[in-house]
Design a protein around this ligand. Sequence first.
Ligand code: SF4
Length: 72
Amino acid sequence: MPEACQFLDGCPMFAYFCRAAKKVYREMYCEGDFAACARRQLRMENNPVPDNLLPHGSTLWDDHQKPPKYWE
Ligand code: SF4
């Protein structure tokens, strides 16, 4: 079994996080239990992955909204 998610390089999720949050998600999912990542599960099934989807299945902003300005 690989030690990290094969989508780690360039995973778009990291564009929306500060350094500390990146580290937490990376340790918990990308280099930990990546099989449990909701983003990865969609991607493995060749489904689109919403930008706002978090690894634990929650969303970073509401589906009908755009990311907050400070993330653009
Ligand atoms: S957030 Fe999910 S899909 Fe992205 S690198 Fe981490 S485990 Fe893989």
